[in-house]
Design a protein around this ligand. Sequence first.
Ligand code: ZN
Ligand code: ZN
Length: 347
Amino acid sequence: MRAVVFERFGEPAEVREVPDPVPAPHGVVVRVEATGLCRSDWHGWMGHDPDIALPHVPGHELAGVVEAVGAGVTGWRSGDRVTVPFVCACGSCASCAAGDQQVCERQTQPGFTHWGSFAEFVALDHADVNLVAVPEGMSFATAASLGCRFATAYRAVVQQGRVAAGEWVAVHGCGGVGLSAVMIAAAAGARVVAVDVSPGALELARKFGAAECVNAATTGDTAAAVRELSSGGAHLSLDALGSPTTCAASVNGLRRRGRHIQVGLLPSPDGTTPVPLARAIALELELLGSHGMAAHTYAPMLELVHAGTLRPDLLVTSTIPLEEAPGALGEMGAGVGAGVRVIEPWR
Ligand SMILES: [Zn+2]
Ligand SMILES: [Zn+2]
């Protein structure tokens, strides 16, 4: 098969022929019809992820058709249209038994712990636990954008954030996750304040339902701006970018008893990030992390997509062939364009 391969971190990747994957006994091989390009792929390529062994094929948000099925798989057949959460669970640890596959103790992530979906085929583990059927009428490009960004935002806003109609929700960082969060919170009836340094991203946020926008590049104290716009602070606030600055701004923009959700990955998994914890005590804030979304909790989100209430398709701004993926991967470091770019390996 053809795949995007890199031999060294930070050096140009290339499209080349590699052996086709074979399914594990509990796994499947999926023919990749669409796979999103995400900043996490860039982090992996730069060597920021200790799970990656070289040579490597990136790609973790994908949709496609089941091509081959391991002997132990009972729920899926070749020809099924599927997608997966970017966190693939084992199905048998204590967290999985509790229904919390998104924090599985033996999780695998295509494009990180093994070769990913910037390829014509990808192997996925524990198919019965992790595959999600792509509804009829949903394009593969749209389904691919669910796996990492949209589902991650949905869990952050709805499942962890417990958004309610009428609440003020602040979203710091309007990339793929942030724009998804804006759309999901607005659809839930919340009033959304979007924060970003890019006028283009804020324009999209406005289009996706943000009631207010704050340009962080020209606003000195974004937390103060959020508090003012929301009459005292957000009920719910997300750091959807992942930086010490946006994390602190998110916490500082909350009202009393507000909820901060850290969903943007912070730069150093082994390091620490300063958090205004004194404010968390004084105002009785809740500080929660959010990490992907379990496959078995996709149904309510897919129903809202089917009803047209949520429009993940609007996030897909362009599709490119596999040959353009190496160049596009390199560009992800220098200020990501707003919206989601999708690779179609068979185009
Ligand atoms: Zn991602
Ligand atoms: Zn598990």
